[in-house]
Ligand binder design. Structure first.
Ligand code: UGA
Ligand code: MN
Length: 471
């Protein structure tokens, strides 16, 4: 704006001098007038060039700290947004990186054959996509970051290191994952689709986008989250996983451990997880036969969660683990808060029996007991949806696990983390004044009846029928 003002004043003074010059009749004055005119023309031209350069320079400056602050307020994960560095090259790099990653990933997928019963999806979108905060700052900048996270997430073990070497922005916090050849096509496709989508932008479009606002890239990922979700075969299963999966899709740097109470994986579940696109591991952990047979309450989801803990002891070194039952409801801000738990974190859970809420009681800023519809002699009468644990802390408790004791799963697991002082429990969700998770239950549905294959042969119903989960 200052430049504009200067330009106008110079322009007006020019015209006044010009009119002076044309008003005089003398030859020497004419010559003087001409050289003054020439001088002014050169001066104005130089000023214009300077202004153009100045504008260009300004357009490439990083945001002033105050502007970053504004984004920070919007962001729920403000503590790491400050680590974004301005990178003028990142937008141009977007194409190159995406292309490289696509190639790398495809190679990795076709060359990696695991013998485990797990299927994993490198679903790029969960990685970083997610972070609304990153998107607020720059949409374009997240692409290369996502793509490279994807490459490393898709490669397991040694393969991961190989892939990491070929990408530029891979970080050590990306959760590890393995792939099976069965998912090659499913997984390669979304990535392949991404490639052309981003490479199809012309250079001039990229330049134009660049001029609109500066570009930021994430300098580091936030601490990883490992979400352990027990699931089991029933008509509602795919609906529950779809709903939870799309919630998790809003969360950056997360690995979803979906563990089914079954002897073998279900391709329909794998397909659903592939489609959602959150990085995941799909494993099985059947409930021991003796508990299945019992007429009494069953320890639901326990073998699944213990399998998840075993996986984490093998693969995870840092971050936070959370047990997210497939049927509950989660506000994504709880995930951003739980990343930074130092040992154990707790918070209220809504809709638990007629008590309405299960929550730690905070008195004078300190944890002072628990509010829950059923205390049952528990040291930690909390709901499964109301706590999370730091991975490093878990690894310091090699024997910590969940007991096959209906009603005492949470308590037994938290007790197995001893020693743990109440003072060491982080109180999340506005010091337990807010409700960010709910223990919801989906109405049970009867299994779908068999399709009349004669009546509906050669119709779409034959295809749909194959998508239904029957117990
Ligand atoms: C409550 C708690 O929130 C659970 O964490 C706890 O395991 C359960 O009570 C219990 O104490 O038995 P609730 O909603 O009553 O959960 O149980 P479900 O939602 O039916 O099951 C909890 C989790 O285990 C779900 O993710 C579910 O998919 C899984 N599950 C359930 C199995 O893996 N196998 C089963 O046979 C049943
Ligand atoms: Mn439930």
């Amino acid at each position: 704006m200052k430049g504009g003002g200067a330009y106008i004043s110079i322009g007006s003074s020019t015209s006044s001098i010009n009119s002076m010059g044309s008003g005089s009749g003398s030859g020497s004055k004419m010559t003087l007038g001409k050289s003054v005119k020439m001088y002014l023309t050169i001066f104005i031209a130089t000023t214009c060039i300077y202004m153009v350069l100045y504008q260009y320079h300004m357009s490439r400056e990083p945001f002033a700290p105050s502007e970053v602050g504004k984004h920070q307020e919007k962001s729920s994960s403000s503590s790491y947004i400050a680590s974004y560095l301005w990178s003028p090259m990142s937008l141009l790099m977007a194409n190159a990186t995406t292309t490289t990653t696509t190639t790398t990933t495809t190679t990795t997928v076709s060359s990696t054959t695991t013998t485990t019963a797990t299927v994993s999806n490198a679903g790029q979108v969960g990685q970083g996509s997610s972070s609304g905060s990153i998107r607020t700052v720059s949409l374009a900048a997240t692409r290369p970051t996502q793509a490279s996270s994807l490459a490393s997430a898709s490669a397991g073990g040694a393969a991961a290191h190989k892939t990491a070497a070929t990408t530029t922005t891979t970080t050590s916090t990306t959760p590890p994952a393995t792939v099976t050849t069965t998912t090659t096509t499913t997984r390669a496709n979304p990535i392949a689709k991404k490639g052309p989508a981003s490479t199809s932008m012309s250079q001039s479009q990229l330049d134009a986008a660049h001029k609109i606002r500066p570009t930021f890239v994430a300098a580091s990922e936030p601490p990883p989250l490992y979400i352990i979700t027990p699931t089991y075969r029933r008509p509602e299963q795919l609906a529950e996983l779809t709903r939870l999966g799309y919630t998790l899709k809003h969360v950056a740097n997360l690995l979803w451990l979906v563990i089914e109470d079954a002897n073998k994986t279900n391709p329909l579940v794998a397909h659903t997880l592939d489609r959602i696109g959150v990085p995941y591991e799909y494993m099985v952990a059947p409930m021991p036969e003796k508990y299945k047979q019992t007429k009494k309450a069953k320890p639901r989801g326990v073998s699944n969660r213990n399998r998840g803990l075993e996986y984490l002891r093998q693969h995870a070194t840092e971050g936070v683990l959370y047990f997210a039952d497939d049927d509950n409801t989660y506000d994504i801000s709880i995930f951003e808060q739980m990343r930074y738990i130092s040992k154990v974190g707790m918070w209220p859970v809504g809709l638990v029996t007629k008590t309405g809420v299960s929550s730690p009681i905070i008195r004078n800023g300190k944890l002072d007991g628990y509010y829950d519809g059923w205390i049952g002699g528990r040291k930690y009468p909390v709901d499964m949806a109301g706590f999370a644990v730091n991975i490093k802390f878990l690894r310091q408790r090699p024997h910590a696990q969940m007991p096959f004791k209906p009603g005492y799963e949470e308590d037994g697991f938290l007790r197995s983390l001893a020693p743990l002082d109440n003072d060491e429990i982080d109180l999340l969700a506005d010091e337990c004044r807010d409700i960010l998770t709910w223990h919801t239950q989906t109405k049970k549905n009867p299994p779908a009846q068999a399709l009349n294959k004669t009546r509906y042969s050669n119709t779409n119903l034959v295809h749909i029928d194959k998508l239904l989960v029957r117990p």
